[in-house]
Write a protein that binds this ligand. Structure first.
Ligand code: FUL
Length: 743
């Protein structure tokens, strides 16, 4: 009897101990600084420096310091706009690849104190710091390792006497930093103290990262080190702002060690995007993406700012998959973010606030198939509701696929489901499904391949249900789930989609039927009094089309925007002026972004390779556009080019040459604005160098022309009339009358 009692006590004792015991952590785990970073969710990287004034994405280092001269810089306006967007911090690009330092550094003369800004007394980094402190925002710094200005770049002195000293100055004088951002673009041609040469470095050894990181750890122990392969935060592998649908915060980079990129090697996209299941390091991803086309401000990209709903989509694909979103802001030459960009940020912040204001699960009752040790308080599902990322519902060690029924007590309508794991115990779950009780049966409404720090499931349609069921479908160990939320996005009409066909006609449509669509052609946001869209527009000269969908009086969508170059209808390839025996050169001018002119697999002449086009008539050329292959592969992507024009298709005059900076990471359409408008009928694009491969890939080439109304009256502007029989008649008459004017 006594023995039985002792066993009974021992057993109960064990149970109580088990009921208190947290699950054993699984795999690689986050550090405190990584947890803090994770909770930041979203921050903005700010590119405002020398390249803002030279209209470049990468300056080459030869720029005169006097060129940096903002007339109205306001850190408060910039940081305030980020805050209004719901962002919690900023990363200041204190030095970009051109080597110009935005703070009065002692390491080089190429810095703000030799610029006219505040008569050489300015310190832009300090101004950001003060604004961040006032507005309660975190701050990080980006100091480019690659320095195209410095004479010592490529030699050991640069690392010891310049780069590390610059980091030390930034770490010592600008408060507590939450990130130190280390860019992966390294080595290549540059000014380098006037030598103008190519300097290559071994990316894995040159910077002596172990010694460099030690400085960060010592001086800014709370700062996460960002690099292509960590060590604290990894690059997601694209500059499009999205992580993989399957996403692991753990990562085993192909490089030898975190932070050390293989010499000349680039991390393969998908590796950073998805991470590595059971990877060696906790190294979550940052998804960086510019708000406009490039990282720096370019007037040519006005009117092309991402919309608030585009940002929302990116939010779900980055933060909603467990990564952080780093949105690029680009103040203009005055030193402020444009009104358009500010408005988009505000709108985005408003949508986020409205969406996540009310968790519809509040007040629900839970029935879990298992609660760890029966300890409801510590491990019960009510912990899912307290807004803490670290209190959690856990199961017994041997229960890896539990279920949870959530009774909302009354039907509720939602379109977003939020799940979170307590990542202090690692990323555990490998699959989950959510069912809704609809028409008296459980119907699966969503599945996810991973959860991690945050998983937002955005449903294609609203669901109205009273009961839901969460099923964990795969996990190698017991679960530790910290959040289950239901939310409803505010109603919105999606932006109209604007596309141009081969004959130059521009059509506008919406995904679902709407009351009416109105458009503008002057870059302004359409209102109900703007022209009504009824038929395709004949936009032969190109331009910016903006369209808004309206439903009744009160509801309207955000604006859809598209910029078009000159219509390519009637364009022909000048075969004899086009390189070698390349196949399908017409794919470069077929208005189809998915078909390429490619010379990669054909035996052809070595680079440079050219393609020449006959536009059919003389045009006032303002700029050329090159769209790289849409699949983002480096093979054939041109990074060094020239453009030439001709009157007869035989004799050529070169009108532009240069590099497509940053095209590897951000392969968007490249606009080359000419020094003035040239009149020509023929143009030739020459690829002088490609990122990789032995040939060229061109999705599209285009031309932007000086917009000139054929007749001054806006009513008769040929390029904005819908095509109707009457307008065709008018067209013909106006065209005939205007021939002398055109000549
Ligand atoms: C890239 C850089 O090369 C770009 O210029 C930009 O700074 C971006 C955030 O990182 O790799």
């Amino acid at each position: 009897m006594k023995i039985r009692l002792i066993f009974a006590f021992l057993f109960i004792g064990n149970l109580t101990a088990f009921a208190q015991q947290a699950p054993k952590p699984y795999g690689a785990l986050p550090s405190q600084r990584q947890l803090n970073w994770q909770e930041t969710d979203m921050y903005c990287i700010i590119h405002f420096s020398m390249a803002t004034f030279t209209d470049k994405e990468w300056g080459n280092g030869a720029e005169d310091v006097k060129t940096f001269n903002p007339s109205n810089f306001s850190a408060m306006q910039i940081v305030g706009a980020a805050k209004a967007g719901g962002f919690k911090g900023i990363v200041v690009v204190a030095k970009h690849h051109d080597g110009f330092c935005l703070w009065p550094t002692k390491t080089t003369d190429h810095n703000i104190s030799n610029s006219p800004y505040k008569n050489g007394k300015g310190d832009v980094v300090k101004e950001y710091q003060l604004a961040c402190e006032k507005l309660g925002m975190k701050m990080g710094v980006y100091c480019s390792p690659w320095d195209r200005n410095n004479a010592f770049y490529g030699k050991p002195e640069y690392v010891t006497n310049v780069y590390r000293k610059q980091l030390k100055e930034l770490y010592a004088n600008y408060g507590k930093l939450f990130m130190s951002w280390h860019d992966g673009a390294n080595g290549g041609d540059g000014y380098y103290g006037g030598t103008n040469e190519v300097r290559k470095i071994d990316r894995s050894t040159y910077y002596g990262w172990d010694t460099t990181w030690a400085i960060t750890r010592k001086m800014q122990p709370g700062a996460c080190l960002f690099g292509d392969v960590g060590p604290d935060v990894r690059w997601v592998g694209n500059e499009e702002g999205h992580a993989g649908e399957t996403y692991w915060a753990t990562y085993t980079p192909h490089a030898p060690d975190p932070g050390k990129i293989p010499a000349n090697g680039y991390v393969k996209d998908y590796e950073g995007t998805e991470g590595t299941r059971n990877g060696k390091y906790w190294m979550p991803a940052e998804c960086d993406v510019p708000l406009r086309g490039g990282w720096f401000y370019h007037q040519s990209q006005d009117g092309q700012t991402r919309s608030a709903y585009n940002l929302l989509d990116l939010y779900y694909k980055s933060v909603g998959r467990g990564a952080c979103l780093d949105l690029g802001l680009s103040p203009d030459k005055t030193g402020r973010i444009t009104d358009e960009d500010v408005a988009v940020l505000k709108e985005f912040g408003k949508i986020l606030k409205q969406t996540f204001a009310v968790n519809l699960v509040k007040g629900a009752s839970f029935t879990a198939s298992n609660i760890r040790g029966g300890n409801k308080l510590k491990f019960g599902p009510q912990n899912l509701l307290d807004n803490s990322r670290y209190t959690y519902w856990a199961t017994n060690d041997n229960v890896t696929t539990p279920q949870l029924v959530v009774d909302l007590h009354q039907p509720k309508t939602f379109n977003v489901i939020r799940l979170r794991e307590n990542i202090k115990l690692g990323q555990r779950i490998e699959g989950a499904a959510v069912d809704a009780w609809l028409n008296n049966t459980w119907q699966e409404i969503a599945t996810v391949p991973s959860i991690g720090a945050n998983r937002l499931i955005r449903l294609p349609n609203n669901i109205t249900a009273r009961k839901l069921r969460l099923r964990i479908t795969a996990s190698p160990v017991c679960i530790a789930l910290s959040d289950f939320g239901l939310f409803k996005e505010p109603v919105h009409l999606s932006a109209p989609i604007i596309a141009r066909g081969k004959t130059g006609d521009v059509s506008i449509h919406t995904e679902a039927p709407v009351g009416s669509i109105h458009y503008t052609l002057d870059g302004t946001t359409p209102s109900l009094s703007s022209p009504l869209y009824e038929k395709p527009l004949f936009l032969i000269n190109g331009g910016i089309v903006k369209a808004v969908a309206f439903e009744g009086k009160g509801q309207f969508s955000e604006a859809g925007t598209a910029q078009f170059g000159l219509s390519k209808s009637g364009w022909k390839i000048l075969t004899e002026q086009t390189t070698g025996n390349a196949q399908n050169p017409e794919y470069a001018i077929d208005e189809d972004v998915y078909s390429n002119w490619e010379t990669l697999d054909v035996t052809t002449t070595p680079l440079p390779q050219s393609i020449a086009v006959d536009m059919g008539k003389v045009e006032p050329i303002k700029a050329f556009t090159y769209l790289p292959r849409h699949d983002r592969l480096a093979e054939g992507t041109v990074d060094n080019y020239s453009y030439a024009i001709s009157d007869d298709g035989i004799n050529w005059q070169q009108v532009a040459e240069g590099e497509f900076a940053n095209i590897r990471s951000n392969p968007v359409e490249q606009i080359t604005t000419l020094d003035h408008v040239y009149n020509a009928r023929y143009f030739k694009f020459t690829a002088k160098h490609v990122l990789s491969g032995n040939g060229v890939a061109v999705a599209e080439l285009g031309v932007l022309i000086k917009q000139k109304p054929l007749i001054k009256s806006s009513f008769f502007r040929l390029n904005n009339l819908p095509i109707t029989t009457t307008t065709w008649l008018l067209y013909s008459a106006v065209f005939l009358l205007s021939i002398p004017y055109q000549l």
